[in-house]
Ligand binder design. Structure first.
Ligand SMILES: Cc1ncc(C[n+]2csc(CCOP(=O)(O)OP(=O)(O)O)c2C)c(N)n1
Length: 308
């Protein structure tokens, strides 16, 4: 199943007029996610850029019921609502199924909300968790998270004489979620809307927990041009830095084949957070990024039963 853009509702459940930056990837990811909705739904939103900038009192960009959870417990809030709806349905109220989506940034998901997310996945409750990954704690000033990639300069992993930006690789969030044996898990990128929106819908249709990890570039934190947001979201996939795949009932499937990968430098050089890596003294970090991407890509290909 692939939802074509024509099949999607022209209704905008995520309204314009919010306060997010020009070229904000997370904002695009939220708008697209709602395009994948199938009926009544509620959103539980962790603290972060999307939450603070879409609900500046007395306005809201959400044309669906929306709850601001704490930074650390978007999944607990979502599954609490799901349990509540189930209990009410037994009493005949509400008479329609209500879908539940939890939304959190990489800081709120890879790190601070991981415990609540793990609990919700383990309980097998019926909801979709969408992690919009802009690869740092952006709302509070670009601090590194478990989602920040190797070599990226952030305010807490600054590139200078002592360190070459972040010294660790990105955490394998989807791998952690898949280890909970959930029915559906997928990576996505806002550079490929049909693929992403289809995955959101699949996650909604599955009975039980579903996890979507969507890459969403941030011009402020990546120090990139706002007009390059979609280009970067595509390049991440085309360089094999961010493979697109899904896991349905334990079966892995590559959802975007990359026959001739674009060199990773094409992706890195459009982002100021990596500009130091092009200095001779950081050649080894550039090589480690290349090597890390290659190893991850081959591992995913193997899991998906594809040859390189
Ligand atoms: C327990 C807790 N710790 C820290 C904060 C402060 N805080 C609010 S938003 C935020 C950053 C969120 O980062 P992320 O989840 O990556 O989302 P983004 O801002 O990038 O959209 C932080 C650290 C908080 N609200 N609660």
């Amino acid at each position: 199943m692939v939802l074509s853009l024509k099949e999607l509702s022209s209704e905008e459940l995520y309204a314009p007029g919010h306060r997010l930056c020009a070229g904000c990837g997370p904002s695009i990811s939220a708008r697209m996610a709602l395009k994948g909705s199938r009926g009544p739904l509620v959103v539980s939103n962790a603290t972060g850029c999307i939450e603070v900038s879409t609900t500046v009192f007395p306005y809201t960009a959400w044309r669906v019921p929306w709850v601001h959870s704490l930074f650390e417990n978007a999944a607990a809030t979502a599954t609490g609502m799901e349990a509540g709806f189930k209990a009410l349905t037994k009493k005949g109220l509400p008479n329609k199924h209500i879908d539940v989506i939890a939304l959190g940034g990489d800081g709120g998901t890879f790190d601070i909300g991981l415990q609540a997310l793990s609990g919700a996945l383990e309980r097998g409750q019926d909801f979709v968790y969408i992690c919009y990954d802009n690869e740092a704690y952006m709302n509070t000033g670009i601090q590194r998270s478990g989602g920040t990639p190797l070599g990226a300069a952030t305010t807490t992993s600054p590139a200078g004489k002592k360190i070459p930006g972040k010294q660790e690789y990105k955490k394998d969030l989807l791998g952690i979620c898949i280890a909970h044996n959930i029915k559906y898990a997928a990576t996505a990128s806002i550079g490929f809307p049909n693929d992403y929106i289809t995955k959101v819908r699949k996650g909604i249709e599955v009975e039980g927990p579903a996890m979507i990890h969507v890459l969403a570039p941030c011009p402020l934190g990546w120090r990139s041009e706002p007009s390059n947001t979609i280009k970067l979201a595509k390049l991440a996939v085309q360089t094999t830095i961010f493979p697109l795949y899904e896991v349905e009932n334990g079966k892995y499937k590559l959802t975007m084949k990359i026959k001739n990968p674009i060199p990773v430098e094409e992706y890195l050089k459009l982002q100021g957070r990596f500009s130091h890596l092009f200095r001779p003294e950081f050649k080894n970090v550039l090589e480690a990024i290349r090597q890390g991407a290659k190893e991850r890509w081959e591992r995913i290909l193997g899991l998906c039963g594809e040859s390189s």
